[in-house]
Design a protein around this ligand. Structure first.
Ligand SMILES: [Zn+2]
Length: 88
């Protein structure tokens, strides 16, 4: 579900989570292109839903794995301790 529907009463500056924020100006979601007024300050990008946020997180993690050539097991081990969660 997109944030606009999930949080119909959110106002500018409202924080849904630690890093998802409603801003005044709409822009295209970084994943699907849908117009949204929500941004994720972690990605510094407009993001329209948890689904898209998770997709962006997965893409980011995949990029990390490719860049550092680390295994899934290593990432999972890290995620168990200090990496940010991809699931809300
Ligand atoms: Zn989206």
């Amino acid at each position: 579900m997109i944030y606009e529907e999930k949080y119909p009463n959110a106002k500018p500056q409202d924080r849904l989570y630690d890093d998802v924020l409603l801003v005044g100006s709409p822009g295209p979601c970084a994943v699907c292109g849908r117009q949204t007024r929500f941004i994720d300050i972690c990605w510094e990008a407009h993001i329209c839903s948890d689904e898209c946020n998770n997709a962006l997180c997965d893409e980011f993690m995949q990029g990390l794995k490719d860049y550092y050539e680390v295994s899934d097991e290593y990432i999972e081990e890290l995620a168990g301790h200090e990496a940010p969660s991809c699931n809300f």
